[in-house]
Design a protein around this ligand. Structure first.
Ligand SMILES: [Zn+2]
Length: 161
């Protein structure tokens, strides 16, 4: 019985969520918001970020994740080194030149604007962090592909040492 109570308590937010949907409130989260939420959740543990975290951890670096009170919520924060790391997807952040960044053939202008906005955001948040005395490192997704991994990590160690 106790187990059941605990289970119910743990599942409670889920049941509430279901109830809300059955209550016809599904429109509250339109499809766009929902997909944004999904992406936000997924983004927190993307594989490239895990690679960097595992590497840092194996080398004895202690870090914090997604620190919300810093500009741009950096993916990885190394307080001791006053360093933050952003792991950026080549497409979404417009990495150039990079084979993983090319604008889609349809709605090209829309994509160009969107990615250009992301880039502006990136440079603003990085400038804000620098102004606060943080060293900002950007690791691009393509730099974490198997062929470049060793090189990227060597650079990372060098930068942190
Ligand atoms: Zn790239």
């Amino acid at each position: 019985m106790y187990f059941l109570q605990r289970l119910l308590r743990r599942q409670w937010p889920f049941f509430v969520g279901v109830a809300v949907n059955f209550g016809g409130m599904a429109d509250v989260h339109d499809a766009l918001t929902r997909s944004k939420n999904m992406r936000a959740i997924k983004n927190k543990n993307t594989k490239p970020e895990l690679l960097v975290r595992q590497f840092l951890h194996a080398h004895g670096y202690r870090f914090r994740l997604h620190v919300t009170n810093l500009p741009g919520k950096p993916d990885i924060v190394l307080p001791k080194y006053k360093t933050v790391i952003f792991i950026q997807g080549c497409f979404w952040h417009g990495h150039q030149p990079c084979k993983y960044y090319s604008l889609p053939k349809t709605r090209t202008d829309w994509w160009a604007q969107k990615i250009s906005r992301n880039q502006t955001n990136d440079s603003q948040k990085q400038a804000a962090l620098t102004a606060l005395g943080w060293k900002v490192l950007v690791v691009w997704e393509c730099e974490l592909k198997p062929a470049h991994l060793t090189n990227t990590f060597a650079k990372l160690l060098w930068t942190l040492s």
